[in-house]
Ligand binder design. Structure first.
Ligand code: KIV
Length: 268
């Protein structure tokens, strides 16, 4: 099993880190078998598993539920659990309690939270002080969708570029062991990755971050029209529909089940 030191060592050696989301027993099993370096129980589960419009309705209970299921499928891979919207905003006490629940009840090895404002820096310090490893997340932070006025690439304007760079430095100082960078120009992803000692993981942050993360359902092509930064490795949605259609047709035309699928009285 990896530890937070595994990723520091990988950055030092220049070895890229492959992170992917997973949300349940089968996806946990598949991504562990595929030897990913780190699994994220993303609050993206609100959109790709639960069918919400955004991630804002995801609860701590949802993350715990999906984290436990994923852990049953991926017993030997480092798992990080997303802290959902409003689970680290109200007080440091509540922040620490929610982070601890993801570790104790969810069986995660670390937690992730979004943002780099001064209150987020305090939240990171408080969680690290509980001996819980923290990953931060900057740039296009999906929990800020209402404030951003949509899912907009961040850091294009100079003032915003500098703000994100400075927040990245504060996050490292606060004790986070990794930083996810989402939806920013490649130049900024490169500069942050070269500036920080902790590894950076990009999603739409260009080619020069220390690793990459993709949403499981995106790389498997479960939905149409994914964002530009997604590489769809196989369009599974059509394949799934075709398989189910074949099953429906075979039931209706008496082609399934055949002799090979049924039990007989004197069978051993
Ligand atoms: O929730 C999620 O899946 C994420 C990744 C997109 C980084 O935060």
């Amino acid at each position: 099993m990896q530890t937070i030191n595994t990723y520091k060592a990988m950055k030092k050696k220049g070895e890229k880190i492959a992170m992917i989301t997973a949300y349940d027993y089968p996806s946990g099993k598949f991504v562990e078998e595929a030897q990913v370096d780190i699994i994220l129980i993303g609050d993206s589960l609100g959109m790709v598993v639960l069918g919400y419009e955004d991630t804002l309705q995801v609860s701590v209970e949802d993350i715990i539920h999906h984290c436990k299921a994923t852990r049953r499928g991926a017993k030997n891979t480092f798992i990080v659990a997303d802290m959902p919207f409003m689970s680290y905003h109200l007080s440091l006490e509540e922040t620490k309690r929610n982070a601890a629940r993801l570790i104790i009840e969810g069986n995660a090895n670390a937690v992730k939270l979004e943002g780099g404002s001064s209150s987020r820096i305090e939240a990171i310090k408080a969680i690290v002080d509980c001996e819980i490893p923290v990953i931060a997340h900057l740039g296009l932070t999906p929990q800020s969708v209402l404030q951003m006025g949509g899912y907009k690439i961040q850091g294009k304007r100079e003032s915003n570029y500098i703000k994100i760079l400075e927040q990245a430095k504060s996050i490292e100082k606060a004790g986070a062991f990794m930083l996810v960078l989402e939806g920013i120009p490649e130049k900024l992803g490169k500069e942050i990755s070269e500036t920080l000692l902790i590894p950076t993981i990009g999603i739409g942050a260009g080619r020069f971050t220390d690793g990459q993360v993709l949403v499981y359902h995106d790389l498997l092509g479960m939905f149409d029209e994914p964002p530009k930064f997604v590489k769809v490795y196989r369009k599974m949605n059509k394949e799934i529909i075709d398989n189910v259609k074949t099953y429906v047709n075979e039931v209706k035309s008496n082609k399934f089940p055949t002799k090979q699928h049924v039990y007989f009285v004197h069978e051993k």
